[in-house]
Design a protein around this ligand. Sequence first.
Ligand code: ATP
Length: 270
Amino acid sequence: SKAKLFDEKNDIKVTFKDVAGLEGAKEEVQEIVEFLKNPEKYTSIGGKIPKGALLVGPPGTGKTLLAKAVAGEAKVPFFSLSGSDFVEMFVGVGASRVRDLFKQAKEKSPAIIFIDEIDAVGRARGKNNFSGSNDERENTLNQLLTEMDGFGTNTNVIVLAATNRADVLDKALMRAGRFDRQIYVDLPDIRERREIFEVHLTPLKKSENLDTEFLAKQTPGFSGADIANVCNEAALIAARKDKTSVDKQDFLDAVDRIVGGLEKKNKIIS
Ligand code: ATP
């Protein structure tokens, strides 16, 4: 059987209200939502709809979530794949995979293509990467550039890509008419952490009115993904103790556990 080339979702339910904080980034992608909802409004007076935007920021800050919310808000199909998947491809498959992806997206336009971890495929060309698959990676990257250049003004497909390593990307990707917009998705500040807690506390059965300001204070340096993790971990800790609701102590235990995990991870990296 043929390996799955990419993921296609036609009924994304994620909207901006699921994305806490990130006001600046949301404002920037709001414009993309408008283009996708009503492309003719822009093209009929000769405007060129942007082809791509790069979402740049640390892991777990909501880049994928934000890209999905764009598709959800605009009610358009969401095609996604991960740059790291390309690296595992057989020779020649990466480029044809890209071709296929763009063909499908154009047929269903307006649409969003989302490429996670674009740095895996979009590293500057001609540099040693010791992986032995450099040629294949370059072919894939070249095909991506070719596809984006080949977009007409009425293609109505917008490519969003995510990376936490914008510094290693091939400058060709950032040229006009490609990923010429960069949108920063940073770690949340205390107010944003509070908002993220509010989102992820909603589905939990809570035993008291949990103070989100307190929780935000306990979690400096945490990403949105870390906070989602804390909330789930707290629920699991409570359930393990046969409680029927989650309390403050469960959250403190969950924070400790996540901090322990993060410290281990950082030790391995450094
Ligand atoms: P990576 O760089 O590791 O791929 P990412 O920036 O794409 O990470 P997401 O995959 O979007 O991060 O985030 C993972 C999960 O963390 C989300 O599905 C969501 O549950 C939670 N999350 C992250 N950021 C936010 C946010 N701003 N608001 C609400 N939830 C968030």
